[in-house]
Ligand binder design. Structure first.
Ligand code: PGA
Length: 253
């Protein structure tokens, strides 16, 4: 049985005060829900990780980071390693988020190093994949997502990959208000699960969680979660509002 998982990616938002109050509101509002068998995480900016971890220490809400560097330490100005993230209480880390791929310019090869480094460092990667609008319109979704998955997980054993959560986030649906229909999401999720079965084995494919992300809101969360291969949600904008985020969590239970 795959336990539902809802993660809130705060991106480059919040400040010292609001990151703590948002985390606090989410922790209190989800106190009873999280025991129902759902995993919940918030993913604040690096600089607020420690403050947020402190606020959430007595809750069931885990903390993740938005990125990680693949080297463990040394002369890599501006970068943060997996052991540093672990040290401040992170459990999860996003790897290959579409904004890292398409705004910052991360390549499949770099993302693959980050996924491996995260696992090596004892973090649970949330590995993001998804096609651009032009790629969907050119019927290249399967090809693009297959390439991203094969490359991102290259060289990793089934045991290592069992630490990974996949997030399918069609780029055209992120922050645009356009959501993939539940059927569109299901189609790609099923394709990803089949691919993982071919790359590894049926058990891994059956157990790995695949989240959907892209303009998830309280109003569409439940219908997305009804799909057989949608195991959870990666929420951006709506995770910055405690009421909306909690409504999404409730819809996912
Ligand atoms: P959005 O972002 O919910 O604001 O579309 C999702 C994401 O980028 O993870």
């Amino acid at each position: 049985m795959r336990k539902p998982f809802v993660a809130g990616n705060w991106k480059m938002n919040t400040d010292n005060h609001s990151s703590v109050s948002l985390a606090d509101e989410i922790a209190s509002a989800t106190f009873g829900i999280v025991s129902h068998g759902i995993h919940v995480a918030v993913i604040p900016p690096f600089v607020y990780l420690q403050a947020v971890t402190r606020v959430l220490s007595a809750s069931n809400v885990a903390v993740g980071a938005q990125d990680v560097y693949h080297e463990s330490n040394g002369a890599f100005t501006g970068e943060i390693s997996a052991s540093m993230l672990k040290d401040v209480g992170c459990v999860y880390v996003l790897c290959g988020h579409s904004e890292r791929r398409h705004v910052i310019g991360e390549t499949d090869e770099l993302i693959s190093k980050k996924v491996a480094a995260a696992i090596r460092g004892g973090l649970l990667p949330i590995f993001c994949v998804g096609e651009l609008l032009a790629e969907r319109e050119a019927s290249q979704t399967t090809e693009v997502v297959t390439r991203q998955i094969r490359s991102g997980l290259a060289g990793l054993s089934a045991e290592k990959v069992s630490a990974v959560t996949i997030a399918y986030e069609p780029v055209w649906a992120i922050g645009t208000g356009l959501t993939a229909s539940p059927q569109q999401a299901q189609e790609v999720h099923a394709m990803i699960r089949k691919l993982l079965g071919e790359m590894y084995d049926a058990q891994l494919a059956d157990e790995i969680r695949i989240l959907y992300g892209g303009s998830v809101k309280p109003g569409n969360a439940a219908e997305l979660m009804c799909e057989r291969d949608v195991d959870g949600l990666l929420v951006g904008g709506a995770s910055l509002n405690a009421n909306d985020f909690v409504a999404i969590i409730r819809a996912a239970v």
